[in-house]
Design a binder for this molecule. Structure first.
Ligand code: AKG
Length: 269
């Protein structure tokens, strides 16, 4: 299975429509050059990443222009696209009296769609917890792997990576690859790489982490997207700047790793 991670770099000058156009061009070029089965984009790259003062203006419903554009892009290029996340305007006010969510979207070339609302909100009282509803559902999806077998991916977003119990629930739901889009700051990029490896080793899965590059909202982004094998081996790691990372992986390694070192069967619940 070939996966391409688009570690997008951006600043505050580019508008959301300009960035959507640029990303579509990048995805088309990546698919033409590398023929991946799955393309992954980072968290909130459309609605300005960390600039949460603009989220309300840029929020869209799940059937709005951004998701429609990403669905069309997957159909046009014939790939499964994890489009990263956007600010979703919810149809109803949630339990925390908010009408927005940080929602990741995975679309297939055939038009199938899986959405995941970020469960752990980052900001310690400001930003996400103040403005967004928390997701309440653990989400996995079966996607094509480039062979006759499909593969099960678990969806999570950025700060979620700090909460191992979420990933154990994804394992219980059959996840073989954790896909984690992020806008993870440079200041804590060592945590990003360490926690990705930890999740891979403890859950014996592949971890695909697609971060953001550049500087926006006065925050330097950390880059260093990476793909980790179920053994903990780093299969590929990006630098700090915008970059497309392409990696081939064998989903069968999950089962082989678990069979040869069956640590998950020693869990005590
Ligand atoms: O946990 C961190 O250090 C970064 C998390 C974050 O930036 C986010 O979830 O948006």
């Amino acid at each position: 299975m070939r996966i391409a991670l688009v570690q997008l770099g951006y600043d505050d000058a580019e508008t959301m429509p300009e960035r959507v156009e640029r990303v579509a061009t990048l995805v088309r070029a990546t698919v033409d050059e590398h023929e991946p089965d799955l393309v992954v984009l980072p968290e909130l790259w459309g609605p300005t990443g960390f600039d949460y003062r603009r989220w309300d203006d840029l929020a869209e419903p799940i059937d709005g222009p951004w998701v429609t554009a990403m669905t069309a892009l997957a159909a046009e290029t014939g790939v499964t696209l994890h489009a990263g996340s956007f600010i979703e305007r919810l149809a109803e006010t949630g339990p925390d009296a908010r009408t927005l969510a940080n929602t990741s979207v995975l679309v297939t070339a055939e038009g199938g769609r899986t959405a995941y609302r970020k469960i752990h909100r980052f900001g310690f009282g400001s930003g996400e917890p103040k403005l967004l509803e928390a997701g309440a559902e653990v989400v996995t999806a079966e996607i094509p792997s480039g062979t006759d077998e499909s593969v099960t991916v678990g969806l999570s977003t950025c700060y979620d990576l700090r909460f191992p119990e979420l990933y154990r629930q994804q394992v219980d739901a059959g996840a073989e690859i954790f896909v984690v889009p992020a806008a993870w700051p440079a200041a804590r990029v060592a945590h990003w790489t360490l926690l990705g490896r930890a999740r891979a080793v403890e859950d014996q899965v592949f971890v695909v982490q697609c971060n953001t590059a550049g500087t926006h909202a006065r925050t330097d982004m950390g880059g260093h997207s990476q793909v980790i094998a179920p053994t903990g081996e780093v299969l590929a790691e990006a630098g700090a700047d915008e970059e497309v990372l392409v990696v081939d992986l064998d989903p069968g390694l999950v089962e082989r790793t678990r069979a040869s070192f069956p640590v998950l069967s020693d869990r005590r619940l």
